[in-house]
Design a protein around this ligand. Structure first.
Ligand SMILES: Nc1ncnc2c1ncn2[C@@H]1O[C@H](COP(=O)(O)OP(=O)(O)OP(=O)(O)O)[C@@H](O)[C@H]1O
Ligand SMILES: [Mg+2]
Length: 257
């Protein structure tokens, strides 16, 4: 398989751009560009709602949601950070207030996915994919993460609550559609792992953050290369947690050898 780079990678920009090279996976990646005055204007004109996030962020920290608002024929701009919402009339002052927050750090802008909700709280999904003891990519865990009321991120470290995926999906689709989606998510995770290996990125476990819109398109929000296994311990049924931990032990042992 040729020489491989290290087994974790923090830059969302690099991880996204590698996946964009896959004809199969790229249609599921929300358009992502570097943060700047021109790119912000273009992305807001194109999508109306975008997420702005640190290139190397974790735990949902620094993630903002920006959108255009049309009111009586006039466009204004709105930004949410945590539960705080700020509104501005002019694009230039809007950009400058965002720029103040980003400072000299590298940020990305991503097409915003209007996430499905559970009891009025946004949720997304985490797909855990690991190299099996037999050396093959395998989806070992699937879990939902529900945002705190009014929040725009679902991360556990930001008040998000892990929840069984069936519980979240059941009010949005029937059982057969659910089974089909779960199959699609498992395959998607494995395809992503395989593609990274093809591109010589030697990850052994990945956690794919997937956002669902009303059409149930599984949008790839980001791929984590050191995914938290303990989130699965939050489920009453411990079977996924046990599998994730068992695979993880094998992976860590192999690394030491
Ligand atoms: N384009 C988007 N559309 C909708 N929601 C998004 C989008 N980008 C991010 N989010 C929400 O914000 C959360 C955090 O964003 P993201 O996963 O990209 O960064 P991070 O969590 O800070 O990084 P890490 O998962 O590595 O700790 C996501 O789980 C999701 O709930
Ligand atoms: Mg994340």
């Amino acid at each position: 398989m040729g020489t491989k780079r290290g087994s974790t990678l923090t830059s969302k920009w690099i991880k996204t751009n590698v996946l964009m090279k896959s004809a199969k996976i790229s249609p599921l990646i929300p358009e992502t560009v570097r943060f700047g005055r021109e790119s912000l204007k273009q992305m807001l004109d194109k999508y109306g709602m975008v997420y702005i996030k640190p290139e190397r962020g974790t735990h949902g920290n620094g993630v903002m949601r920006a959108e255009t608002v049309r009111e009586s024929g006039k466009t204004s701009y709105q930004c949410q950070n945590g539960t705080k919402i700020q509104k501005m009339q002019e694009f230039e002052s809007f950009y400058r207030s965002l720029k103040k927050r980003t400072g000299s750090r590298s940020y990305l802008i991503q097409k915003g996915i209007p996430l499905l909700k559970h009891k009025d709280r946004r949720f997304d999904l985490r797909v855990m994919v690991q190299i099996s003891p037999e050396g093959k990519w395998e989806t070992t865990g699937l879990i939902g993460r529900v945002a705190e009321p009014g929040k725009i991120v679902t991360n556990y470290h930001n008040g998000g609550k892990p929840m069984a995926i069936e519980k979240l999906l059941s009010s949005h689709m029937d059982a057969s559609r659910q089974a089909q989606l779960i199959k699609q998510l498992k395959k998607l995770g494995e395809d992503i792992g395989k593609f990274y290996h093809k591109k010589n990125l030697a990850f052994k476990q990945i956690g794919v953050d997937v956002g669902l819109d009303r059409k149930l398109t599984p949008w790839i929000i980001e791929v984590n290369t050191s995914p938290d296994p303990y989130i699965f311990n939050q489920l009453k049924d411990k079977s996924m947690y046990r599998k994730v931990m068992a695979y993880r032990r094998t992976i860590l042992k192999q690394k030491k050898a």
